[in-house]
Ligand binder design. Structure first.
Ligand code: FES
Ligand code: FES
Length: 156
């Protein structure tokens, strides 16, 4: 069946079964491989994208559930104000180790900062607890989110 979806501001028509996870539409149909497959069961966060600004696990989000909602992926989150601040902080703090989890981490952190410019430690824990990092970059992730929040406070 054909579905009209909006990804990173562009309209796409995709012909897939309705129960196809968004993750596979992004990666296999649209060739946008920045969004990663980890567990396929909403347990690791590697596949996180934004749907209407909310951090969402694309591995369990079927294409027929999306409708006209706006999808943002790691390929374009840097064009948003919060995404740009998060990506800069990630580079400044050299957060990334192997990198596999990091697009999902950045998507969750960007959604947090967009909705809550000055998150507390508890807010950060709540927003990031579903994103697993086998390399243990959690301390640098927390520092980077705080840096990005501080730059929000400075109007930067
Ligand atoms: S691949 Fe979606 S949460 Fe792990
Ligand atoms: S940086 Fe390697 S899994 Fe997170």
């Amino acid at each position: 069946m054909a579905y009209a979806i909006k990804v990173n501001g562009a309209a796409h028509n995709v012909d897939v079964d309705g129960d196809t996870p968004l993750l596979w539409v992004l990666r296999d149909v649209l060739g946008m491989t920045g969004t990663k497959f980890g567990c396929g069961m909403a347990l690791c966060g590697a596949c996180t994208v934004h749907i209407d600004g909310a951090a969402t696990r694309s591995c369990i989000t079927t294409i027929d559930s999306i409708g006209g909602s706006a999808i943002t992926t790691i390929e374009a989150v840097g064009a948003t104000a919060a995404g740009a601040k998060i990506q800069k902080a990630w580079l400044d703090r050299e957060v990334v180790q192997c990198g596999y989890c990091q697009s999902g981490q950045i998507m969750s952190a960007s959604a947090l900062l967009a909705s809550n410019p000055h998150p507390t430690d508890s807010d950060i824990d709540d927003a990031m607890s579903g994103n697993i990092c086998r390399c243990g970059t959690y301390v640098r992730i927390r520092e980077a989110i705080k840096d990005a929040a501080q730059s929000s406070g400075q109007g930067g």
